[in-house]
Design a protein around this ligand. Structure first.
Ligand code: PLP
Length: 403
């Protein structure tokens, strides 16, 4: 494959994940002996709880080491059904549940199972980096609805309405959001739901993966719960990665219409087959075991959020809203644009800014253009308070040195 033209058009249409790239770059610089603080990673710094690890070890000894049903064992589907009922008030039968190798895989299967060339998928900005590329891989067309810091990074019903066309197949709806941390209230979801109810061709992909990372008594609701009339055309997706600190175990899942679930299983049966049998057993333990540590961990994240928001707002030229959830902030660097670094480089783009703080101050963050909304950058605060304090004071220093 030395000739680039031997690569498919499909793969040439997409780019590698920029967040994984920045994490890899920060790791490489660190390995080379540089003093780097990584604020790029999208994973909790907590460990997977012991009772979950023990369930996985027990599964190995019990011989759960073989192929399973393609889209999940009866046990994991029952645990997912129980979770949806307990936490979201949603009833799904086993035939309406799909279990996959990570939430990313759930999205991939759903898009592969439904998109035809020309089908449009509405994606509000700033978006999680993988949405547009998965849509492109599946042959669809991403349609971006731009939000801004002035609407707290939330899509308005008017903006949604203006983006819907007869070709719209999906709206991808992520709350709390990666990268902004913005979460929609029940009233805001209902207002969007009123628009969606008038357009029966639109399906809703609800990415609830940050459901349990919420602050200040914010009440999380998922769209099928807030607007029951939309349940039949909503795929309610979640996963164990963020809530249970299980990013490496690779389990995501979704509840939705049985026909869609079956089509997703068909895609999965001809690609990855079942998700790891041991991870499925661990997921049963995660979803049915103790849940109290979720709020304890969210409280730790909330302290870090407050620290980071406070320190970044004290940095000259930055403006950092306070998010309702997830473990990211998405500050604007509009006040730094046009200024010069001590080395004489002009800050024209958010990529210039993140390059400056990485190369001159050893702080790795991700530029906003990667998430479709500039001039911003994303800081993940899923790291220790000590590292965050040091990183934010380096960013303050970097901003103060711009002229
Ligand atoms: C918004 C969002 N959805 C889905 C995922 C996928 O999670 P995973 O594939 O690790 O389950 C991520 C991970 O970063 C995310 O941020």
């Amino acid at each position: 494959m030395s000739n680039p033209s031997s690569l498919s058009q499909r793969v040439q249409n997409i780019k590698p994940s920029p967040t994984l790239a920045i994490t890899a770059r920060a790791k490489a610089l660190k390995a080379a002996g540089e003093d780097i603080i990584g604020l790029g990673a999208g994973e909790p710094d907590f460990d997977t709880p012991d009772h979950i690890k023990e369930a996985a070890i027990a599964a190995i000894w019990a011989g759960d080491t073989k192929y399973t049903a393609v889209d999940g064992t009866p046990a994991v589907k029952a645990a997912v059904a129980e979770k949806f009922k307990r936490e979201n008030g949603l009833e799904y039968s086993a035939a309406e549940i799909s279990v996959n190798s990570g939430g990313k895989h759930t999205i991939y299967n759903a898009m592969m199972a439904t998109l035809n060339p020309g089908d449009e998928v509405i994606i509000p900005t700033p978006y999680w980096v993988s949405y547009p590329d998965i849509v492109l891989l599946a042959g669809g067309t991403p349609v971006f609805v731009h939000t801004s810091i002035d609407t707290s990074f939330k899509m308005t019903p008017e903006a949604l309405k203006a983006a819907i066309t007869p070709k719209t197949k999906w709206l991808i709806f992520n709350s709390p959001s990666n990268p902004s941390g913005a979460a929609y209230t029940e009233a805001e979801i209902r207002a969007l739901g009123a628009v969606l109810e008038r357009h029966p061709q639109v399906h809703i992909f609800a990415d609830d993966i940050y459901e349990h990372v919420i602050y200040d008594d914010f009440k999380f609701v998922t769209i099928a719960q807030a607007v029951p009339a939309l349940k039949g055309r909503t795929l309610t997706m979640n996963g164990v990665a963020k809530a249970y600190a299980m990013t490496g175990w690779r389990i995501g899942y979704a509840g939705g219409d049985a026909k869609l679930i079956k089509a997703m299983a068909k895609v999965q049966s001809q690609s990855t087959s079942n998700p790891c049998s041991i991870s499925q057993a661990a997921t049963v333990a995660a979803l049915t075991g103790p849940q109290d540590f979720l709020a304890e961990r969210a409280a730790v994240f909330q302290e870090r959020r407050d620290l980071v928001v406070g320190m970044l707002n004290d940095a000259e030229g930055l403006s950092c809203p306070t998010p309702e959830g997830a473990f990211y902030v998405y500050p604007s660097l509009a006040g730094c644009a046009g200024k010069k670094t001590p080395g004489g480089k002009r800050i024209d783009t958010d990529e210039d800014f993140v390059t400056y703080i990485l190369e001159d101050f050893g702080v790795a963050a991700v530029h906003g253009a990667a998430f479709g909304l500039s001039p911003h950058f994303r800081v993940s605060y899923a790291t220790s308070t000590e590292a965050l304090t040091e990183a934010c004071s380096r960013i303050q220093d970097a901003c103060a040195k711009l002229t």
